[in-house]
Design a protein around this ligand. Structure first.
Ligand SMILES: [Zn+2]
Length: 254
């Protein structure tokens, strides 16, 4: 079995097992492609160790204990947001729940093979204005950790697909994320593009790495124009920067 990527909190790690293998991470089944490839997501809170179970065809199931390298996270304070957006009223909360269900449904569907053969690239040119995992304190109230990377860029800046994939969601007006795209890259891996000012692709469209899919904007809950870029394996939110570092050489584990 081989791994590409470093096993640390918030990381996307690719694995290679014998074709026909069954894989589980901490008891949760992992999608395995026909070539034996699979993707693992280690959450912000993962560790200090994780258990990978591997059942290769014709062999006994075995279990590997993986050490998950811890990371430290920033604190990010954002003040001056409208109170309505910090503590949603019941009606808004209902809308948010509906939209979260829509996103969860889009994330739950993925083709069982890797579409990201040519790797990942940053989806926009811009300064990093927010990192993954930072704890947001909105108007003094702690909220969920930041689930992606923010790239500051003027409205209208092209947004490109980070890797080959299929558009699973193209929503014009989500409460938090405004105009939003979600792309499936196979094996459960997906990326999200939020706060856009234009959507140039529709659900079901096949996109290739580097293809323009939208424009940077300031829709949804924002304080300025930027692209929020998210990466997940299934529902596990990951640091998109870890996808950019996924280059050989890979590590072989016993
Ligand atoms: Zn963001």
């Amino acid at each position: 079995m081989r791994f590409t990527g470093s096993i640390e909190q918030g990381a996307l790690v690719l694995g290679q097992a014998a074709p026909g293998s069954r894989v589980a991470l901490d008891g949760v089944p992992v999608m395995v492609g026909p070539d034996g490839r699979f993707a693992l997501g280690f959450s912000r809170e993962a560790g200090p160790s994780a258990e990978l179970t591997l059942q290769e065809p014709g062999a006994q199931a075995r279990s590997l204990r993986l050490a998950v390298v811890p990371r430290s996270w920033d604190i990010q304070r954002i003040d001056g947001l409208p109170e309505k957006q910090v503590t949603p009223d019941p009606q808004t909360q209902e809308r948010i729940n509906r939209e979260n269900a829509l996103i969860a449904k889009a994330r739950a569907q993925s083709v069982p093979k890797a579409l990201f053969e040519s790797g990942f690239q940053s989806p926009a040119e811009g300064q990093i204005s927010g990192v993954f995992g930072s704890q947001r304190i909105l108007n003094g109230q702690p909220r969920s950790p930041h689930s992606g990377v923010d790239l500051a860029a003027p409205t209208g800046t092209p947004v490109i697909a980070a890797a080959d994939g299929v558009v699973m969601l193209a929503e014009p007006d989500l409460f938090y994320t405004g105009q939003t795209l979600l792309i499936d890259h196979g094996l459960g891996v997906n990326t999200v593009y939020a706060h856009l000012s234009a959507l140039l692709v529709a659900p079901g469209s096949h996109v290739v790495k580097g293809q323009e899919i939208g424009k940077v904007g300031a829709t949804g809950r924002v304080t300025g124009a930027h692209l929020h870029w998210g990466l997940s394996v299934g529902a596990v939110k990951l640091d998109p920067m870890t996808a950019l570092k996924l280059t050989p050489p890979s590590t072989t584990l016993p």
